[in-house]
Design a protein around this ligand. Sequence first.
Ligand code: FE
Ligand code: CA
Length: 523
Amino acid sequence: MRAVTGQVSRREVLLGTAALGAVSVLGTPGCVEATPQNPLAAADGRRLFTLGVASGEPLPGSVVIWTRLAPDPLGGGGMPPEPVRVRWEVAADEAMRKVVKRGTATARPEFAHSLHVEVMGLEPHRWYWYRFDAGGEASPVGRTRTAPSAGAGLDRFRLAFTSCQNYQHGYFTAYRHLAAEDLDLVVHLGDYIYEGRVRRNKVRRHNSGDCETLADYRNRYALYKLDPDLQAAHAAFPWYAVSDDHEVRNDYANDRDSDPGMDRAAFLRLRAAAYRAYYEHMPFRAAQRPVGPTMRLYRAGTMGDLIDLNLLDTRQYRTHQPCAVKWDERCAGTMDAGATMLGAAQEAWLGARLHRGAARWTVLAQQVPMMRRMRMSRGAALYNMDKWDGYVAARARLLAAVRALRPDGLIVLSGDVHAAWAGTLRQDFGDPASPALGTEFVGTSIASGGDGRAMRPRARRILAANPDIVFHDGRRGYTRCEVTRQTWRSDYRVLDYVTRPGAPMETAASFTIAHGHPGAEPT
Ligand code: FE
Ligand code: CA
């Protein structure tokens, strides 16, 4: 995406409500002049749009466009503590000549001068281009796409899903390739940032110690968002995003950190800061704006009559992980009927969605793997207690609902484990006679884990112990999905290395699911 200065002249740029009073020129071409009290003077001529642009939450007539003014991105943003008016434009062409919507929005210091403009009145299922303008500077031009009309006959939709981008472990080369794909949507399943401190002998270095304050999280998001490959992927497509654990702290569950030394009140303060910074840096709607330590991340998108996309949150409402250690034999807690991964409200919401679902394919886009991934070690069957494997009753409840409600073409998309897996979801895992209820595609990481290998001994042991799992690849990348009325095809796109830039992209494996025939077949 190239920056286009276009016809927005320096004289027309809107500046500083603090200096100018509450002058609203929304919907007019805009002609408020800069004044000597212009708060952007403090930006000192430095670039404002250092973190790029993004769009997301596509609806048939609406999409969110995002940016953040940050002349000093790693030092708190560098903006004066005042609100700033910013012009935005949405056009039907990349050159931004055919502007179809324009307006102004206020970047507020309490939200780190981020902007989340919910542009309305657009046409369904078409490309648009957008940019912002402040202080005489135009942002890069981003491209976005609205969703198809609900219920409209749709023959084809293409999406890619990603997760787990530990900056210290590697370059975001996968995003460079993703930006060049032919997609309608990107879905991010969490671990957008990693909250941890600087580690030595890594490919790239974090900018601080462990994130502990809102300022720390903001600077960490800024570090990630300075990455040009990530910026390119945001500028190319609209995104839907849900967070996992590392947006807050490793393996957190609800109100509890994985570090038993942190008390509940302190953890919830941390979670509030983390969610706020996440909101500030992603193209969310106002419905996702956090209130204290709560943030409504579970929500749905509909892609014509083809896809019901249900975005789930498996961190905020779950009961605490059972058993003693992360990979453990099943203790009684794993079977606790009172345990939950989604919480009662989200579970009821999802049940109603599955009941009503009218699209050809029903997608659950969520974080931790749902399929059973047991591993034998010295005669003991070990399960990862942070995943659905630690919440057996909750998973059985969800799969029982799937069996009763028979949502069309159930596809579960997961991330979190830094490796690609594909498998069949069954009421009774490991029993090929148990009916297949859906197909799960677990995507690999963008960078977390560094250079991966296609196969390792531990993965081989998991494949051997779980007949429902038919595929593994431990290299970095993303998963591209082509959805038609009859088939769902997932292509596992992988790179051989991320510890230096420039790796070529290849498809490690493809799986095609025929509608009405759930389950991944061995390739
Ligand atoms: Fe991760
Ligand atoms: Ca994770």
